[in-house]
Design a protein around this ligand. Structure first.
Ligand code: SF4
Length: 226
């Protein structure tokens, strides 16, 4: 049998035992394939119950060679309907902060910790519900695969769920927000507020959180490779 042709552009095979994986929480396997293939595979995922009531899988999007990956929590109502991350009100606030910092979305890969919308119905409304620990664990292989394919230098976790996935359960957003931390593989990571959390805050704390969020995105701009 002929040997497989060597492809010098191919990334080396990945392993979940790799200390290159910048996730503090465990991952029991990493799906194989290109980002396009992963997106197709994730569209059929039934590894936890969240696919049943959601419209579609909301996989990550953006530059597959981005040096920066933003990791949110889970899709909201609008993301579920459109099938894209950060297209709802939270996405609008995120884009405002990116614009203010001079960061082009073409330089980013944006994804979520959990890829299906979780909600409860109240009348005609679908109200966001936080994914459980087991749902987050079931979905983590998709995030791990995205990280290993994109290989970002800088990772920004938006919100506590993403921050604890990257830095561990002991991470406290209120105490450690906006601080760069070393991550496996020579990467660096930082956590900041999730824009939807800012939008849900009581008025008295909202403006301060918004200013902190904008400052953290400015710090990201300053840290981005030329
Ligand atoms: S939330 Fe994640 S693990 Fe659960 S069904 Fe959707 S893609 Fe699969």
């Amino acid at each position: 049998m002929a040997a497989a042709p060597h492809n010098p552009k191919a990334k080396p095979p990945v392993s979940v035992a790799s200390d290159e994986l910048p996730l503090a929480k465990p991952v029991d396997h990493v799906p194989d394939g290109s980002l396009a293939s992963l997106r197709e595979q994730a569209a059929e995922c039934q590894a936890c119950p969240l696919w049943r009531n959601a419209t579609q899988t909301v996989f990550g999007a953006g530059n597959p060679r981005a040096r920066v990956m933003l990791i949110g929590e889970q899709p909201g109502n609008q993301e579920d309907l459109e099938g894209k991350p950060f297209v709802g009100p939270a996405g609008k606030l995120l884009r405002s902060a990116l614009d203010a910092a001079g960061i082009a979305t073409r330089d980013l890969y944006v994804t979520n910790t959990v890829k299906h919308f979780k909600f409860e119905r109240r009348g005609k409304l679908r109200i966001h519900k936080r994914a459980s620990a087991s749902e987050q664990a079931a979905c983590r292989p998709w995030l791990a695969a995205e990280l290993l394919r994109v290989q970002p230098d800088l990772i920004v976790a938006l919100g506590a769920m993403a921050a604890q996935t990257v830095f561990g359960n002991g991470f406290r957003l209120t105490a450690e927000r906006g601080v760069w931390h070393p991550l496996p593989g020579g990467r660096r990571g930082m956590a900041t507020w999730h824009p939807s959390a800012i939008l849900r805050m009581p008025v008295e704390g909202r403006e301060q959180a918004r200013e902190e969020f904008f400052a953290d995105i400015e710090a990201l701009a300053a840290a981005m490779p030329e």
